[in-house]
Ligand binder design. Structure first.
Ligand code: NAD
Ligand code: TDX
Length: 370
């Protein structure tokens, strides 16, 4: 791994300069295929690693700088095949540490900011980490945007959870924010801070708000991978409450393509919802997983509900639809691909489950994972 860490010397990239004033409400018109250098924060996590993989597929020569702290949520095996990629550089660092960021910012024309603490249940046990990483970490990156004017665009990855729960209908980008967990409240702080740096300092910033992602490389703490791997290991499935809560499931590759659409065609200062229109009750998702494995509901364990458990997330994504994006993978197909990935990559998740996760499991579910 250390071989991948670069000492930050010898870069000779050229940057197109655009009038700083013109960045306000500006279409940057970057083309993914023509990008020269990108900083990805949190690139060893679930969505970040999928994004890097897709980016490399679309642009074989772009210099990719993956800046990641390697928290419990990261997995360097997610990008194992990038170790011999001479245009890929991993920098281990904390987004809260501005001096580390000063090394990378002069090298890149685009920043895509995924790094965050992301698990709602962990935010209930340990909210401070979420405020520090999600809010202060984003602040620290935005300050670097102010200093390093070579960066042409900053994409902030927010979440559908900023709007809170909705019984009927769907949230548009202009709906009021009403987060309910320390995770979603921290993400709301970061979302608005990003907007404030566009508005106040006229920085070229775009915000995206994706719905629940699923797919390969997702940490086993999240609902779908936890339930798939627990079925494989013949463990019980800890379903919160009655299982009636609803999420809109977006296949991770579709989300990555949506982010790329926004990079290419989005307007600075705008927010874009990324939904899938694949809403399911949790119990419906469980039934689909059980059905795949030919198991019955007997292994379900109805556990105490999550505190402040949002009932339903639902996004109106017409705005990004107008940029020409739409989801391509329906939930039946995406779930099958996901289940098969976890069946075929048992080594990947068994290691994760044996480590720090077993302590978290005990704390969260009051039950041994062993
Ligand atoms: P993840 O938890 O899988 O990965 C997070 C990554 O960020 C890890 O690699 C971790 O090491 C890194 N990181 C954490 N703190 C850091 C720090 N201080 N400095 C540098 N790196 C740090 O997350 P994910 O599910 O891939 O989510 C990525 C982003 O997308 C997050 O901002 C999340 O809020 C947002 N999002 C996720 C979903 C989803 O369903 N997973 C949906 C909507 C939005
Ligand atoms: O053990 C569980 N039992 C259970 O019933 C877990 C882990 C979850 N659930 C339920 C809670 C939710 O209704 O499943 C649903 C999905 O839960 P998570 O996978 O924890 O996702 P969610 O809370 O919806 O948040 C996710 O989507 C938005 C991501 O974790 C966030 O990072 C993202 O911003």
């Amino acid at each position: 791994m250390s071989a991948l860490v670069e000492n930050a010397v010898g870069f000779s990239g050229q940057f197109l300069s655009i009038d700083y004033e013109q960045r306000k409400n500006y279409h940057i018109f970057m083309k993914i295929e023509e990008l020269k250098s990108v900083l990805i924060t949190g690139g060893y996590g679930f969505i970040g690693s999928n994004f890097i993989r897709l980016l490399r597929e679309k642009n074989p020569s772009v210099k990719i700088y993956n800046f990641d702290k390697l928290t419990y949520a990261a997995n360097i095996e997610n990008l194992k095949d990038f170790e011999n990629d001479s245009n890929y550089t991993f920098i281990r660092g904390d987004i809260k540490d501005g001096s580390m960021l000063d090394i990378i910012f002069p090298k890149v024309e685009l920043v895509v900011h995924f790094a965050a603490e992301t698990h709602v249940d962990r935010s209930i046990h340990n909210p401070g980490e979420f405020v520090l990483t999600d809010v202060y970490g984003t602040f620290s990156l935005l300050e670097k945007m102010k200093q390093h004017k070579n960066v042409k665009l900053f994409i902030h990855i927010s979440t559908d959870e900023v709007y809170g729960s909705i019984k009927k209908g769907s949230f548009t980008e202009d709906s009021p924010m009403n987060p309910s967990s320390p995770y979603s409240a921290s993400k709301t702080g970061a979302d608005r801070l990003a907007y404030s740096y566009f508005k106040t300092y006229e920085l070229p910033i775009i915000i995206v708000r994706p719905s629940n992602n699923y797919g390969p490389y997702q940490h086993v703490e999240k609902f779908i991978p936890l339930f798939i791997t627990n079925v494989i290991e013949e463990r019980s499935l800890p379903l919160y409450g009655t299982g009636e809560n609803i999420r809109d499931w977006l296949f991770v590759e579709d989300n990555c393509k949506a982010i790329m659409t926004v990079i290419e065609k989005g307007k600075t200062g705008e927010a874009y919802n990324i939904g899938a229109s694949q809403e399911k009750k949790n119990i419906e998702v469980v039934d689909m997983i059980l059905n795949y494995f030919n198991k019955s509901r007997d292994i379900l364990d109805f556990v105490d509900d999550r505190r402040a458990h949002d009932f339903r997330y639902s996004l109106n994504w017409d705005k990004i639809g107008k940029l020409g994006w739409k989801p391509e993978v329906n939930f039946d197909e995406g779930l099958k691909r996901t289940i098969e990935w976890y069946i075929n990559n048992r080594n990947w998740w068994e290691k994760v489950k044996k480590g720090e996760f077993s302590n978290f499991y005990q704390k969260n579910y009051k039950k041994e994972l062993q």
